[in-house]
Write a protein that binds this ligand. Structure first.
Ligand SMILES: [Zn+2]
Length: 194
């Protein structure tokens, strides 16, 4: 088991057929998940294709994470929470400066990019994520809403790889809103062979 410290990210290779278990260690902690084909980095996770191809903004067991080429990359095999986000880009230096008015500081975007450097992926290639455990919505006036993550300690999502992927996961760095319950904590990763 790999424990990702708060406000950092980790990248790894996950082969087709393997299961990546993403666990919330202490509760109310979001994990930003991105992946790219390990064969060709021009094929990568598409948040928009995933929304439309599953016709939902609420992914859970049975839903598929699609690439920009409409190929299945991961399938959600288990999910103990059922509330995750596919609306938001990762928190980033831009978001902290322009939306929260703080910084300079890095967000999940920069942390994911740093983790993916070792796999030859540049910051411009970091896809918008599947935000595991992130509790979001759209208000009556159509504005975006972020609420405290509903995950309890030990809650997890099992993602079954449908292709060989380079994956990066960040323990979300947001401590200025409700997102992570006001405190950033670790995320655990485990690759399970099947
Ligand atoms: Zn974040």
């Amino acid at each position: 088991v790999i424990e990702i410290p708060p406000k950092s990210a980790h990248a790894l290779l996950v082969r087709a057929g393997e299961i990546l278990k993403v666990s919330d260690v202490r509760g109310s902690q979001v994990a930003d998940f991105v992946c790219l084909s390990s064969e060709e980095s021009a094929e990568y996770f598409s948040q928009a294709r995933t929304r439309v191809n599953n016709w939902t903004t609420r992914l859970t067991v049975g839903h598929v994470l699609f690439s920009n080429r409409n190929q299945p990359m991961f399938r959600i095999a288990e999910d103990t929470v059922g509330v995750h986000d596919i609306l938001f880009s990762p928190c980033s230096a831009y978001v902290y400066e322009h939306i929260y008015g703080v910084g300079p500081r890095d967000g999940c975007y920069e942390n994911l990019a740093r983790a993916l450097q070792g796999f030859g992926i540049s910051i411009d290639q970091v896809p918008d994520p599947f935000n595991i455990f992130m509790n979001t919505g759209i208000d009556e006036d159509y504005s975006l809403v972020i609420r405290r993550a509903l995950s309890a300690p030990g809650d997890y999502v099992n993602l079954r790889a449908e292709m060989d992927c380079v994956v990066a996961v960040s323990a979300c760095a947001a401590d200025l809103d409700e997102c992570n319950g006001g405190e950033c904590t670790p995320i655990a990763l485990e690759v399970i062979a099947t």
